[in-house]
Design a protein around this ligand. Structure first.
Ligand code: ZN
Length: 75
């Protein structure tokens, strides 16, 4: 069902922006919700992306596997 043009504007709902803890409009007029602005959304996504990259970067370490096995057998 499409929006009724006769309908008055709905009550403005706001949430707390996860980035700046400010007030952010939670509605179709704010495509960045729950963030208050594109800037806040980009900052949050950037932090998430860099963290993800860091985790992936430190993952490849298979050198210690052999050492760990030998140490356990010796004791
Ligand atoms: Zn914000």
């Amino acid at each position: 069902m499409l929006m009724d043009p006769q309908k008055p504007a709905p009550v403005r709902r706001t949430v707390t922006c996860p980035n700046c803890k400010g007030e952010s409009v939670y509605g179709p007029e704010n495509p960045y919700r729950p963030f208050c602005s594109a800037r806040c959304k980009n900052i949050d996504f950037g932090a998430w992306a860099s963290e993800s990259y860091r985790v992936e970067d430190s993952t490849p370490r298979q050198d210690g596997l052999d050492d760990e096995n030998g140490s356990g057998a010796a004791r």
